[in-house]
Design a protein around this ligand. Structure first.
Ligand code: ATP
Ligand code: MG
Length: 356
C-alpha cells in the first residue's frame, strides 16, 4: 500500500468543477511535484490533503488511515504557502513553536525543538527576531521550519519560491530538496515553473483544467510527453501533423516524406491523422543516414543566441526550430537554403489521439 493514496478525488465550487477524478499513489519519502498553469487545481488538491477543504467526492488515505474528513489538526501534515504567512507580531522562535504550543507540548520540549529547527534551516541566531527583520528567503526558511516542527508525515509546499528572486529561488529549492532527503519526509511541491519541477522531483504530476495529464519522472515527462499539452508545457516543442502509413513498422508520413517512430501504434491506426512532436535539441543538420529519420526543409531564419544558434526551417505548413551549438569553425546554413533535418526514430513522438 502506498503511503499517501488519493482516490477519485473530486471538487466542485457551486457549478464550477475545480478537480475531476484525481487519482494518485505516493510512496513514503517521495518528492512529488504538481505542475500546471494557473487555475488547474493544484492548490485545491493540497488544501484537501491538508484538511482545509472538503472534497465533493473521493478518499484520501495517509499511512493506511482514511483521513478524508478529519480536521487539519488530526492529520499530521505541514504546509508552506506562497506568501510567507508568518505571524508578524511573533518572533521567529514563537512562529516555529506555534503549532507545538497549540498542541500544549511542554515548554522545554518546545524550546528544544525550536532550536533544532533553527539549526536545520541554518539560521541558528534569528530566534528572537521578528519576520520583518528577515529577507524573503530567510522568512520562507522559517515557514519551512514551522511546517516541520510538529514532525508531520507529509510536507505540502504551495509555490513556496514564487515570491523570491531567481537566484534565491534556485538555491532555496536545492536546500529544500536536500532537507527533504535528509528527513526522508514525503513531500508535495506545487509550481507552475517547469524547470523547477524537472530539477527537483522524484515524479511530476502534470495537471491541466482540473485533470491529471501525465504522471512520470522528469525524464519521462520531458522525453516522452503523452499529450500535446504536456509536450508544450514542459519545454519548447515542434508539432507536425502527419498520418500513419504502416503501424507495424511505425511508419508515418509528413508532407509526403516517410518517417519512422519507435512508439507503439495500434494495428487499426493505418491511415489515421496524428500529431507528431520533436524537441529542438533532438534534431541535427545532417545528410540522410540509414536507421535515422530525415526531413527535407528550407531554412527561414538563423538566430545567433550565444552558446547556441537557433535555426527555423519550414516543412510545408510547419516551422521547425532546432538548436545547434555555436562553433566558429562551422558554416551555418543561410536563409532559403534547403537542409536535411536528421533525428533518431526514438525522437519522433506520436501524441495521443484527441490531444490536439
Ligand atoms: N473557494 C473557492 N471558491 C470558488 N472557486 C474556487 C475556490 N478555490 C478555488 N476555486 C477555483 O478552482 C479552480 C482551481 O483553483 P486552484 O487555486 O486550485 O488553482 P491553482 O492550480 O492552484 O492555480 P495557481 O497556480 O494560480 O495558484 C480555479 O478555477 C479557482 O477559481
Ligand atoms: Mg495555487
Amino acid at each position: 500500500m502506498a503511503f499517501l493514496e488519493i482516490e477519485n478525488l473530486h471538487k466542485s465550487f457551486g457549478a464550477n468543477t475545480a478537480l475531476h477524478h484525481f487519482d494518485m499513489k505516493i510512496e513514503r519519502g517521495e518528492f512529488i511535484t504538481f505542475l500546471g498553469p494557473s487555475g488547474c487545481g493544484k492548490t485545491t488538491v493540497l488544501r484537501m490533503i491538508a484538511g482545509f477543504e472538503n472534497p465533493t467526492r473521493g478518499v484520501i488515505r495517509l499511512d493506511g488511515r482514511d483521513v478524508t474528513h478529519l480536521r487539519t489538526r488530526q492529520r499530521k501534515v505541514g504546509m508552506v504557502f506562497q506568501s510567507y504567512a508568518l505571524f508578524p507580531n511573533m518572533t521567529v522562535a514563537d512562529n516555529i513553536g506555534f503549532g507545538l504550543r497549540v498542541a500544549r507540548r511542554p515548554q522545554d520540549e518546545i524550546r528544544k525543538r525550536v532550536e533544532e529547527m533553527l539549526e536545520l534551516i541554518k539560521l541558528p541566531n534569528v530566534g528572537e527576531r521578528y519576520p520583518w527583520q528577515l529577507s524573503g528567503g530567510q522568512q520562507q526558511r522559517v515557514a519551512l521550519a514551522r511546517a516541520l516542527a510538529g514532525k508531520p508525515q507529509v510536507l505540502l509546499l504551495d509555490e513556496p519560491l514564487s515570491a523570491l528572486d531567481a537566484k534565491i529561488r534556485i538555491s532555496l529549492r536545492q536546500d529544500i530538496r536536500a532537507l527533504q532527503r535528509e528527513l526522508g519526509i514525503t513531500s508535495i511541491f506545487v509550481t507552475h515553473d517547469q524547470e523547477e519541477a524537472l530539477s527537483i522531483s522524484d515524479r511530476i504530476v502534470v495537471m491541466n483544467e482540473g485533470r491529471v495529464e501525465q504522471v512520470g519522472t522528469s525524464s519521462e515527462i520531458y522525453n516522452y510527453p503523452r499529450t500535446r499539452f504536456v509536450a508544450s508545457f514542459v519545454g519548447t516543442l515542434n508539432i507536425l501533423s502527419g498520418h500513419v502509413v504502416d503501424p507495424a513498422s511505425g511508419t508515418m508520413a509528413v508532407d509526403g516524406q516517410e518517417l519512422v517512430t519507435t512508439q507503439q501504434l495500434a494495428p487499426d491506426d493505418a491511415g489515421k491523422k496524428r500529431l507528431l512532436a520533436l524537441r529542438p535539441e533532438a534534431i541535427v543538420l545532417e545528410a540522410p543516414a540509414a536507421g535515422r529519420n530525415t526531413l527535407a526543409a528550407t531554412v527561414e531564419e538563423v538566430s545567433f543566441l550565444g552558446a547556441v544558434v537557433r535555426i527555423r526551417a519550414r516543412v510545408k505548413d510547419a516551422v521547425i526550430s532546432l538548436d545547434v551549438f555555436n562553433d566558429p569553425n562551422r558554416r551555418l546554413p543561410e536563409r532559403g537554403q534547403p537542409v536535411a533535418l536528421g533525428f533518431s526514430h526514438e525522437n519522433l513522438l506520436v501524441l495521443e489521439e484527441g490531444a490536439a
